[in-house]
Design a protein around this ligand. Structure first.
Ligand code: DWN
Ligand code: SAH
Length: 415
């Protein structure tokens, strides 16, 4: 499959929210689906054109080309949220924050969009809070059953919202982590949330914070599932378009820098002063215009070049290098940098359904973590870099015995 950068002048597109023309930030060329692990290297693969654009009207960064959601989120979905201990803790804390928000309500009802294996809702279920997860990936949704989490196996949109409204009740909180950014028809999501929320309810959205991606050049976050990249500027415009007000923001340390946005139905003047200061900061970084993204685009190729130079140098010295964490993100990095099995012998992984398969596009074998523990390769490329703290703590012994991690963002280095 070709992996050339496309000619920029040929790329045209329209904003998924306002339908106005978009501007190109970066094109990665043809890429395979990030979570499409192969049973055999010869298996047929689906490719799409991965390129990032900016809408100057909505100030929203988004993919130019998108993939039908059913192709990505189905009963063979590979990502299981609870594979990270730190993320489990993160969502437990959030569940208690939501519990506090709804504890004084008469008949509280909490909805989670993209509840995955019930990593968050299990804590609310345990406290007897009326709740519903909406999750289209049936295989991961099934894991929720063990925790008595109620799940509707469906894609959230305005039609699903109406169905929930009729079958259940209006919600006090609608929450989505690392999911709202995955839904191309965002207008339908916001319209549905508007229908489904009580007047004094809250829509809480948590996703990687795009200004952090820009700052760290962590371009691997750009892949088929991540249709939108949020900032305060974009969320405020989107909220206003759908008669919501952005009232609060909380920065989160997960996934390389995330933001939790609190949206209230209707217009309100009661806005946390922090929101203004985030907006000001983004204006200062020029993220309200295409010029603010030029440095990011340049940084992508510089970082890719630095990484390849380091890996080739180590290979010349006949060092074994493996990858750590067969992340969805790594599909962009490995395919864009053309890093294959001749460089990374394999990728160590703990998710049972990924083990024994091959990485999308570059066909690197994925092996069980036990193999990594037996092997103790001298160099390990940290593909799950967003879980660095957790992984370094887990691999203390490996490092004490001389094993080294290669960290990629914001600068390639060995630790
Ligand atoms: O947005 C998304 C995020 C939340 O999850 C989805 N679109 C898809 C997915 O993205 P990802 O695959 O890039 O997420 P993670 O959390 O970086 O994936 C970590 C991977 O590494 C998992 O496959 C589990 C694995 N892992 C491991 O092998 N050993 C993780 C840890 C912490 C470990 O110790
Ligand atoms: N919230 C979890 C899972 C994030 S992965 C976490 O933060 O770890 C993204 C999840 O969104 C997947 O489980 C996927 O199946 C789900 N998803 C994708 N589109 C969706 C939609 N339209 N409605 C609800 N969930 C959706």
């Amino acid at each position: 499959m070709p992996n050339k950068r496309s000619s920029q002048s040929k790329i045209k597109g329209y904003c998924k929210i306002c339908r106005q023309p978009t501007q190109l930030i970066f094109s990665f060329g043809q890429k395979p689906l990030a979570n499409a692990f192969l049973s055999k290297p010869e298996d047929q693969e689906f490719f799409y054109h991965l390129y990032l654009v900016f809408c100057p009207v909505c100030q929203l960064v988004q993919l130019g080309d998108t993939v039908p959601p059913e192709k990505m989120f189905n009963d063979q979905y590979h990502f299981i949220s609870s594979t990270s201990r730190d993320m489990s803790f993160h969502f437990k804390k959030l569940a208690f924050q939501i519990l506090k928000l709804v504890s004084k309500k008469a008949k509280p009802f909490v909805i989670e969009i993209g509840s995955n294996d019930g990593i968050m809702l299990r804590y609310l279920a345990a406290k007897g809070i009326n709740h519903l997860g909406v999750e289209p990936a049936g295989n991961v949704a099934d894991f929720s059953q063990a925790y008595q989490v109620n799940v509707l196996k469906a894609f959230f949109n305005q039609a699903t919202a109406r169905q929930i409204y009729h079958q259940y009740q209006q919600a006090d909180v609608i929450y989505g982590a690392n999911t709202i950014s995955h839904i191309e028809d965002l207008n339908s999501v916001f319209a549905g949330a508007q229908d489904l929320l009580k007047k004094d309810g809250l829509l809480i959205i948590e996703d990687p914070y795009f200004p952090d991606i820009v700052r760290q050049y962590s371009f691997d976050q750009i892949y088929d599932e991540h249709v939108f990249f949020f900032s305060a500027l974009a969320i405020e415009k989107l909220a206003n378009r759908h008669n919501f007000s952005l009232v609060k923001m909380e920065s989160q340390p997960v996934h390389g820098g995330s933001m939790r946005y609190f949206l209230q139905p209707g217009k309100t003047r009661k806005k946390d002063p922090q929101v203004e200061s985030w907006l000001k900061q983004e204006h200062k970084l020029n993220l309200d215009k295409i010029e603010g993204y030029h440095n990011f685009s340049r940084g992508i190729d510089k970082l890719t070049g630095d990484l390849k130079t380091m890996l080739y140098k180590l290979k010349k010295q006949k060092q074994q290098i493996v990858g750590y964490g067969a992340t969805a993100k790594s599909a962009t990095l490995l395919n864009y940098a053309r890093i294959g099995p001749e460089i990374l012998a394999y990728i160590s992984e703990i998710t049972p359904t990924k083990i024994g398969k091959f990485s999308p596009g570059m066909h690197i074998p994925i092996k069980a973590h036990q193999e990594f523990q037996r092997d103790r390769p001298p160099y390990t490329l940290l593909l799950a870099w967003n879980h660095q703290e957790e992984i370094l703590a887990k691999e203390k012994k490996y490092r004490a015995q001389g094993g080294k991690f290669i960290v990629i963002f914001p600068q390639v280095r060995i630790i």
